[in-house]
Design a protein around this ligand. Structure first.
Ligand code: PMP
Length: 365
């Protein structure tokens, strides 16, 4: 199988699989238990917290605060946005967010918050547009580090500093699912997910900057300093730690693969590239005009190639995110997303291009 859908999920790496199995065998205690099995789990969790902080900083920012382990970024986003004290204030966000953020912002709007949603298509400098939208009434800026459909990214550390310079009281929440380990991060609240970085599904984290208070979403036994009740899944946490430690973002490899893909696509007439300047090279979104996404996906599947239309989370429906990038509805209907990991090769990309060209020939006839 040629797997090119790494923005939907990644294969757990060997280091992760080994760590999960070893932890199930040897470190299965409940981290709240006072005996030695419990202490061993507690120590493992605290080591993993340090790994998450290191991964978010990537050696550039010094992040200090709490790291909560959650079931994934959907829970991290819910915990951050529903738990933050927003005092009824104004919210600045974007029209390209993942549904696990966007649906919560919709809810907050229904509850009376004023919401400003910015689209990249309306601004040459999107980062400045976000900062310019912040005023003295703005309680929250919530935006993603890297868009899951196109790879479009924002310099999060610069954004964070600029928002704070404009209004130090504004909370900054970053959905960093697709940016984690690929760029240094900063924020008051940062959501990440394990299954996008070769750990397992069912584990994510939320960073909470020192001094930021949150009301918990999950009540119960008071685990994780009362911020997220529930017995910590120590084996999944160990897998996350191992995946973080093993991860290496091979930017040059992705640039080579992207160049090969764009080169191959340029030989096929009438293709629009939807991932432009300012996108990470591991995600490439394009529209093959005249061939609907589903048709292309199924044709590629016959050749054992897995790609995606838009994002897997929108289950084939166009999400509206591409239109915020200026892609027409017609082109969005024909969108294909190729998202790579460091196991992918130029040979795989060549096979993909060959199969796309064949499909185009047979469908566009
Ligand atoms: N945010 C973004 C940008 C994502 O790509 C995803 C996963 N597609 C999520 C949030 C949700 O993450 P999870 O699957 O861990 O709940």
């Amino acid at each position: 199988m040629i797997y090119l859908d790494n923005a939907a999920t990644t294969k757990p790496c060997e280091e992760c699989r080994r760590a999960v199995a070893e932890t199930m065998e040897n470190t299965f205690g409940n981290a709240s238990s006072l005996h030695k099995a419990g202490t061993a789990s507690l120590m493992l969790i605290s080591r993993a917290r340090a790994a998450v902080l290191r991964g978010m900083s990537l050696g550039k920012t010094r992040l200090s605060g709490e790291v909560l382990f959650t079931s994934g970024a959907t829970e991290s986003n819910n915990t951050a946005l529903l738990g933050a004290n927003l005092r009824g204030g104004r919210i600045v966000t974007t029209a390209i967010e993942h549904p696990s953020q966007a649906r919560i912002i919709d809810k907050l709007e229904e509850r009376g918050h004023e919401v400003v949603r910015l689209s990249p298509k309306d601004h040459d400098d999107f980062e400045s547009a976000i900062v310019n939208a912040v005023d003295e009434k703005t309680a929250l800026v919530s935006c993603m580090a890297v868009n899951n459909e196109t790879g479009f990214c924002v310099d999060i550390r610069r954004l964070y500093n600029a928002v704070k310079a404009k209004n130090p009281k504004t909370l900054v929440h970053i959905d960093a699912v697709q940016g984690f380990l690929k760029m240094p991060l900063d924020g008051d609240l940062i959501s990440v997910s394990g299954h996008k970085i070769h750990a397992t599904k069912g584990i994510g984290a939320l960073y909470i900057k020192k001094g930021v208070t949150l009301s918990p979403l999950l009540l119960g036994g008071g685990q994780q300093k009362n911020l997220r009740s529930g017995t910590e899944p120590v084996e999944l946490i160990a897998g996350l730690e191992a995946a973080i430690n093993a991860y290496e973002y091979k930017r040059e490899l992705f640039e080579r693969l992207r160049a090969a893909l764009l080169g191959g696509l340029s030989e096929i007439p009438d293709i629009r590239i939807n991932s432009g300047e300012g996108c990470l090279p591991n995600i490439v979104n394009f529209s093959v005009r005249g061939v609907r996404s589903e048709i292309m996906l199924h044709s590629l599947e016959e050749a054992d190639i897995c790609v995606s239309s838009g994002s897997a989370c929108s289950k084939g429906k166009t999400s509206g995110v591409l239109s915020a990038f200026g892609v027409s509805d017609k082109d969005a209907d024909c969108a294909v997303r190729v998202s790579m990991c460091s196991d992918n090769t130029e040979e795989e990309i060549a096979l993909l291009c060959e199969k796309i060209a064949q499909t185009v020939k047979s469908v566009r006839r």
